[in-house]
Ligand binder design. Structure first.
Ligand code: NAP
Length: 330
């Protein structure tokens, strides 16, 4: 949120018309923008923030051809590629409220900060939202010791005694590794006795002396006074409960889609609430496509490379749709 302070919000021109409007500025959205431009479609990106989940990542070493790269640098390159090389405008700090089809085969899209534009096609590349633990104290201490992003906040805990990281996926393990460089003890609290994170992270976590693994364990309450001071944890097998003193707690338990919003837009969702797409990233609404983490595709394997790939396919499908419907000028 603080990023918005002092930043000039550049709005898309009112009543502007596009061939494709991309909602979301992560790898899926930027990749869609590059490809849409290559198909000579008039394209714009609107997004709440630039970078998506990459903003929650430290270093990326599995995106082909970039070797090992800071996630922030990769975001900057994604943006430059779309904005500078292909002249796609990127409008930030905009929350899309909804879209309706008018009589002319165009969608009227409205949102915050005066968003009011028309587009023949839409690509939903909106990512997903952080999942909450929903335990007492979580809301009260958010930003006061409760964090949802180890990568963003780890340096703030330099020299502190102990923190909890909750989760068993890549984010929790990557976050634990980072935090273990700053604090004396990291308690990695996972509800099962098997990690779903990549073996690469599991191996490194097991090697770290100051990461204490608490398997089959859940956090039932976060306590503090002004700031987080402790958490109540419970072993699900033995039912043993104990209070451990901590300076912070990092909740890294994945993402969940804004399914009510999708439903309100008329988008069909799958059993987990993600936008249902076919192999060509088409949704149930003609002219509306989706890409990346927002979709029902590859749910167990959300990667930058898969998001980018799906963005390119969505752009191709938008182009095909426009061509087949005779909606392109010239
Ligand atoms: P994730 O893979 O969905 O893992 C979420 C973890 O949180 C799981 O271990 C899950 O437990 C646990 N969990 C879920 N709900 C919980 C609850 N209510 N209480 C306690 N624990 C709960 O999420 P993620 O780690 O954020 O990763 C998301 C995607 O981003 C993945 O595709 C991942 O590969 C990718 N990612 C990649 C990198 C990287 O490669 N550098 C870094 C970060 C993220 P169960 O295992 O029991 O379900």
């Amino acid at each position: 949120m603080s990023l918005r302070l002092g930043k000039k919000i550049i709005k898309p021109p009112k009543k502007e018309h596009y061939d494709v409007l991309i909602i979301g500025a992560g790898p899926a959205g930027f990749s869609a923008a590059v490809y849409a431009s290559r198909f000579l479609l008039k394209t714009a990106i609107v997004s709440e923030e630039v970078g998506g989940q990459l903003n929650l990542t430290n270093v990326v070493d599995d995106y082909p051809a970039t070797l090992s790269i800071k996630a922030s640098e990769l975001v900057s390159r994604f943006r430059q590629h779309a904005e500078k090389l292909f002249n796609v405008p990127v409008y930030e700090y905009i929350t899309v409220k909804g879209f309706n089809k008018d009589n002319s085969e165009k969608y009227h899209v409205i949102g915050t900060n005066g968003l009011d534009v028309y587009t023949k096609t839409i690509i939903m590349a909106v990512g997903s939202r952080r999942r909450k633990l929903n335990v007492p104290g979580e809301k009260e201490f958010t930003g006061k010791g409760v964090s949802y992003c180890s990568i963003c906040d780890a340096p703030l805990y330099k020299g502190k005694k102990s923190v909890i990281v909750v989760g068993g996926g890549d984010a929790a393990l990557e976050g634990s590794l980072l935090l273990s460089d700053y604090v004396n003890t990291v308690y990695l609290v996972h509800r099962r006795d098997q990690f779903r994170a990549k073996p690469f992270y599991v191996k490194r976590v097991l090697e770290k002396k100051n990461i204490e693994l608490l398997y089959n364990t859940i956090v039932t309450e976060i306590r503090g006074k002004g700031l987080v001071k402790s958490a109540i944890i419970e072993n699900k097998v033995t039912r043993e409960r104990r209070e451990i003193p901590i300076d912070g707690i990092f909740i890294e338990i994945g993402f969940e889609p804004p399914k009510e919003w999708y439903k309100s837009l008329g988008l069909e969702i799958d059993e987990d609430g993600y936008i249902r797409v076919d192999d060509w990233m088409r949704t149930n609404i003609p002219g509306v496509f989706a890409a990346g983490d927002a979709t029902s595709k590859w749910k167990g394997f959300r990667q930058i490379v898969t998001a980018a790939a799906s963005g390119s396919i969505a752009a191709y499908s938008a182009y095909t749709y426009l061509t087949e419907k005779g909606l392109l000028e010239g």
